[in-house]
Design a protein around this ligand. Structure first.
Ligand code: FES
Ligand code: FES
Length: 154
C-alpha cells in the first residue's frame, strides 16, 4: 500500500505518495521528474545516483523512500546558485572538460560540492578521497580532478 512521506527536496517541502520500499532514485526521477540524478549500476557501486540527504552524500539507488521521512534532500537540480549562475563546481566541470557522456557528472558534482562544504580547502588526497565513491567510464579521472581543483580556486 502506498504511504505518504514528507520531506524537503531542493528547498521545496513535499508530500510523496509512494510504496515504502520504493527506491529514492525512482521517486526522484519518475515521480518528481528530477532526472538529473542518474542510474548506473543500481547496486551502490558507481555513485551516478548520488544525492545529499541532511548534508550527507548517499547512493539514492540504495535508499528506500521510507527512510527520507522528514529529511532534507538535495539533488543536482538544487546545486546552482541561481537560474543564471551555476555552482563553482558545475562551472569548473564545463571549463575543464570534466564531463563527456554526463552519466557520472551529477553524482561527481554532488560529491565535490559536499566535499567543499565540509572542507573548503581540500588537499589533493582529500579531493581524491571525496570522489572515491564515484566511477567514470569516459573522461578518466584527471579532468574531473582538475575540475574540482579549479572550483577550489574560485
Ligand atoms: S546507480 Fe546507485 S550507485 Fe550506481
Ligand atoms: S562522463 Fe561518462 S561516465 Fe563519466
Amino acid at each position: 500500500m502506498r504511504s505518504q512521506f514528507k520531506c524537503t527536496v531542493n528547498g521545496n517541502a513535499l508530500e510523496l505518495q509512494a510504496y515504502p520500499m520504493e527506491r529514492l532514485l525512482d521517486v526522484l526521477r519518475e515521480q518528481l521528474r528530477l532526472t538529473g540524478t542518474k542510474e548506473g549500476c543500481g547496486e551502490g557501486e558507481c555513485g551516478a545516483c548520488t544525492v545529499m540527504i541532511d548534508g550527507q552524500i548517499v547512493n539514492s539507488c540504495l535508499v528506500p523512500v521510507a527512510q527520507v521521512e522528514g529529511c532534507d534532500i538535495k539533488t543536482i537540480e538544487g546545486i546552482a546558485v541561481s537560474e543564471s549562475q551555476l555552482h563553482a563546481v558545475q562551472q569548473a566541470f564545463i571549463d575543464c572538460g570534466g564531463a563527456q557522456c554526463g552519466i557520472c557528472t551529477p553524482g561527481m558534482v554532488i560529491a565535490a560540492v559536499n566535499l567543499l562544504e565540509k572542507t573548503p580547502n581540500p588537499t589533493e588526497p582529500e579531493i581524491r578521497n571525496g570522489l572515491a565513491g564515484n566511477l567514470c567510464r569516459c573522461t578518466g579521472y584527471m579532468k574531473i580532478f582538475e575540475s574540482v581543483v579549479r572550483a577550489c580556486q574560485r
